[in-house]
Design a protein around this ligand. Structure first.
Ligand code: BG6
Length: 485
């Protein structure tokens, strides 16, 4: 079996709003994620409702300083105050890289200021210096579900073309500041998820938009232009930099060999890969015309947009992979797959599911890697992968998370198969390497980490960090460059 490349980037991933906390420190402004609440009194199936459909009333309540609700993404796991300890643990595992995001609202609290916030810039200097001290390469997302709330409420989010300038200013500011510290950049986290949660992706509240599809794709168009201009600036400011797109990848499989299911799968896959098609190839694919016609989307563009997209495609493709999904042309009679973000897919009877209903398909990762490499012929980076699970502390204080080890082992085996197939895969950051607040449910108890954080869904706990069994396992995986699984 082919080995992992010698300089393979093993590591872990998080995002600012899910780890940092310190929401009212260092001059930080509120982001769109800071308004998500967690309410244990609601039934479990309601916990993702606001993630998929945010309302004005919810945003207004969250902005009211007298709100009594708990907003977990303002507190994360308190990385803001624990970063030295956390990075030391990452170093102990032997991380070669660490993926996180820069909270835009630490640098430009409202998004439209003319000068950046020095305290915010200084905070990420400390983070990157600490990583580099251990030889850990930072991989940085510019926007991971945390645009300034002000840009959503006062400008209507990304459908407004002014957002391009605000984003490019933010990007250029951090490229200039960290040009000697950060080489790998991702422009927008899971850019294709605007289809499912337009509020957190592009700052759009559906109530405002009679044709929400128009708003989503207009917002995406502006993000494509912003991403291309950021790629241009990054290459100019940091000549050896590499810029990636980042998509959520769910392998889509026809539920049956019925030609209708097969056709539906092709359409679903295109609607998801549309985003990386534009960012990697630098133009709108031929199928866009019909897709837009059927959705009633008419893009407003400017002269020069096509040229910008064409000139500055991304250097590599990064993606998250958690599950696969079966697609049916007639899903109404079949059992739905819970937690399925991309497609509203059908439960695949051949696959087990996580406690949150995400269908576990390690072999799907090999297929995903091959599909992406066949499609783009650009280097690939797995920016997220992992198992969200409830962990239990045993009487002796240990956490025996063999289920997580099994999940990760099986996925890493399939990465190795894909490399053997000829895929150019240069890195892997498993998701939530330390326990963090869940993006979709805002829970703390949906844990992904090698490192346990003593904190519950309401934010109670000592925040003490504790190694799980998977900590030593992953350390050994890295030490043997993927040979000891
Ligand atoms: C991805 C996001 O969708 O999945 C992360 O980029 C997120 O922010 C991860 O945390 C896992 O999802 P969840 O809902 O389990 O946190």
């Amino acid at each position: 079996m082919t080995k992992f490349p010698k300089d393979f980037l093993w590591g872990g991933a998080t995002a600012a709003h899910q780890v940092e906390g310190g929401f009212n420190e260092g001059g930080k402004g509120l982001s769109v994620s800071d308004v998500y609440t967690f309410d244990n009194s609601l039934p479990k199936e309601k916990w993702t409702d606001q993630w998929h459909l945010m309302t004005h009333a919810q945003v207004e309540e969250a902005r009211n300083p007298d709100s009594k609700k708990y907003y977990p993404k303002r507190y994360g796991n308190d990385f803001y105050h624990h970063y030295k300890e956390d990075i030391a643990l990452f170093a102990e595992m032997g991380f070669k890289c660490y993926r996180t995001s820069i909270a835009w609202t630490r640098i430009f609290p409202n998004g439209d200021e003319s000068t950046p916030n020095e305290a915010g810039l200084a905070f990420y200097d400390k983070i990157f210096d600490e990583l580099l001290k251990y030889g850990i390469e930072p991989v940085v997302s510019l926007s991971h579900y945390e645009m300034p709330l002000h840009l959503a409420t006062e400008y209507g989010g990304w459908p407004n073309r002014q957002l391009i300038d605000f984003y490019v200013k933010f990007a250029t500011t951090v490229f200039e500041r960290y040009k000697d510290k950060v080489k790998f950049w991702l422009t927008f986290n899971e850019i294709n998820c605007v289809k499912h949660h337009p509020y957190v992706s592009i700052g759009v509240i559906e109530e405002n938009h009679p044709n929400i599809e128009q708003a989503k794709y207009q917002g995406a168009h502006h993000q494509f232009i912003a991403s291309a201009l950021a790629t241009k600036a990054c290459h100019q400011i940091i000549p050896n930099s590499k810029v990636g797109c980042m998509i959520s990848y769910q392998l889509l499989i026809p539920y049956s060999c019925n030609p209708d299911d097969v056709q539906k799968t092709v359409e679903s896959q295109r609607s998801s890969l549309f985003f990386s098609d534009v960012q990697a190839r630098g133009y709108y694919p031929a199928y866009t015309k019909r897709m837009f016609e059927e959705k009633g989307v008419v893009l407003e563009t400017e002269v020069g947009d096509e040229e910008i997209l064409r000139q500055y495609p991304v250097d590599f493709i990064s993606f998250s992979y958690y599950m696969s999904s079966a697609i049916s042309a007639h899903p109404e009679n079949l059992e739905n797959a819970e937690g399925n973000l991309i497609t509203g897919g059908i439960k695949n009877p051949y696959l087990p599911s996580s406690e949150w209903g995400w269908q576990i398909d390690p072999k799907g990762l090999r297929i995903a890697l091959n599909q992406l490499y066949d499609r783009y012929q650009k280097p690939l980076f797995i920016a997220e992968n992992g198992l969200g699970a409830v962990d239990k502390i045993e009487e002796d204080g240990t956490i025996q998370d063999d289920y997580r080890i099994d999940y990760l082992r099986q996925h890493i085996e399939q990465m190795q198969e894909a490399i053997h197939d000829g895929v150019d895969l240069f890195g892997y950051t498993s998701w939530g390497c330390i326990d963090i607040v869940s993006a979709s449910t805002s829970q703390m108890s949906k844990r992904y980490g090698y490192i346990y954080v003593d904190q519950d869904d309401e934010g109670n706990g000592t925040k003490e960090r504790r190694k799980k069994k998977s900590f030593d396992w992953y350390k050994n995986v890295i030490a043997t460059n993927g040979e000891a699984l």
